[in-house]
Design a protein around this ligand. Structure first.
Ligand code: DC
Length: 226
């Protein structure tokens, strides 16, 4: 007998509040939280460390077989491991965010990471956060959300987040907004598994919502279905 897993897909562009909502929902339901962006970021970090341009498929693809990206949950907090090394802190820069978006265009990268993510979804109840979780990684799940907000609001939130960590202190709102919009464009226009809003995903616009409201809204929709 196969047991149905509770798999929740939360997709959307950068800075929409996906991580905060996904973590809170996972905690409330007592299930695993998986930040798939961290896996793309880890691969980008490895490429950059090796002096490989994350856009350069001819050098990135040969790097893949000898590379392991794995995740571990420590008290609800995800640790991301690159070839066994904990890189959770190091992957949080804007340079790595852009590298992750670029490396994610390469189909072989997507296949490798999606396989690993499907394996996790098969074996655990999980809230999985990304760009194409509901459209490509686990499209069979009935629990799909598309979380977004205006790019102004997303830039403001991302800047506050980074500034709170002492990062990107001299970046302006305008620069951050341009970076976020460039990343949205790359993520939405790639050929393999782009960021799209699938028709059966619940649409959540967090521009004028508090975090609590967004979390409660998502939880209510999950509970209504289960
Ligand atoms: O969610 P994030 O900001 O950490 O993601 C960084 C980049 O990684 C994002 O701009 C595109 C890529 N990514 C992806 O292609 N697919 C995912 N499921 C998650 C992230």
């Amino acid at each position: 007998m196969s047991m149905e897993r509770l798999n929740i897909a939360i997709d959307g562009p950068a800075g929409a509040g996906k991580s905060t909502i996904s973590k809170a929902v996972a905690q409330e339901l007592g299930i695993l939280y998986l930040d798939t962006g961290a896996m793309y970021r880890a691969l980008a970090l490895k490429a950059i460390r090796l002096g490989i341009d994350p856009n350069d498929a001819s050098r990135v693809v040969p790097m893949l077989p000898g590379t392991s990206v794995s995740v571990r949950s420590e008290g609800g907090v995800q640790r991301t491991l690159l070839d066994g090394e904990d890189v959770s802190g190091e992957i949080r820069t804007q340079q790595i965010a852009k590298g992750a978006s670029d490396i994610g265009v390469i189909p072989e990268v997507r296949v490798k990471l999606a396989e690993c993510q499907r394996e996790i979804a098969k074996n655990a109840d999980v809230v999985m956060e990304g760009r194409e979780i509901g459209s490509y990684v686990i499209p069979q799940t009935p629990y799909k959300f598309y979380v977004t907000a205006s790019s102004d609001e997303r830039a403001a939130r991302r800047l506050r987040e980074l500034h709170a960590k002492g990062l990107e202190l001299d970046k302006t709102h305008g620069q951050m907004k341009a970076e976020i919009e460039a990343r949205d464009h790359t993520d939405s226009h790639r050929a393999t598994a782009p960021l799209i809003r699938v028709p059966d995903a619940v649409y959540v616009d967090t521009t004028d919502m508090s975090l609590d409201e967004a979390v409660n809204f998502v939880l209510a929709r999950i509970r209504r279905k289960s």
